[in-house]
Ligand binder design. Structure first.
Ligand code: GNR
Ligand code: NI
Length: 167
């Protein structure tokens, strides 16, 4: 296993759309395992493949307190959604920035698991928010895209300034 580098906003690669996985082979499983290790190490409650510069529709999430409930969703698709909730979100690709985003309260998502088997998951609260946040990454969307242009510009400038300091 290996940890992977996480792209940071405003990297333009975070705005590319990921492609569906057509076969869950050993390469995809390797990616899943490396993404899980990267997520736990960060630490974060989710990670999408585009964040580690891989344009495949693969996400991992674990919103459990104990960090022992890994969920792998390959080619995830929302099949149902209900209600609304506003939650303060963060993102490993936008470190240090937190703001409120409105999402569906409850979702049903269909996906393939690490063995390529289809399943349907019902999620609410943080798990639901997290899966919606990760599916957005697959579609080239970062949570700051929901904020006002003014806020987004401030965040962009702050991130670019931090980049200067570390390069
Ligand atoms: O670690 C994360 N925490 C989080 C908190 C609230 C809403 C969404 C998230 S996802 C984020 C990890 C991440 O950036 N996934 O893409
Ligand atoms: Ni994120």
């Amino acid at each position: 296993m290996a940890t992977l580098d996480i792209l940071t906003y405003p990297d333009p690669r975070l705005h590319l759309v990921a492609s569906a996985v057509d076969e869950v082979d050993s390469l995809v499983r390797q990616l899943v395992d490396d993404m899980a290790e990267t997520m736990y190490r960060a630490p974060g409650v989710g990670l999408a493949a585009p964040q580690v510069n891989t344009l495949k529709r693969v996400i991992v999430v674990d919103t459990s307190e104990e960090r022992n409930d890994l969920r792998v969703l390959i080619n995830p698709e929302l099949v149902d959604q209900d209600g609304k909730q506003k939650t303060e979100e963060g993102c490993l690709s936008v470190p240090g920035i937190y703001d409120v985003v409105e999402r569906y309260q409850r979702i049903q998502v269909r996906a393939l698991d690490r063995d390529g088997e289809p399943f349907v998951l019902e999620a609410e609260d943080l798990l639901s928010v997290c899966i919606q946040h990760e599916i957005d990454h697959l579609d080239g969307k970062v949570f700051v895209d929901y904020l006002s242009r003014l806020k987004r510009e401030r965040i962009r400038k702050k991130m670019l300034k931090q980049l200067q300091h570390v390069s």
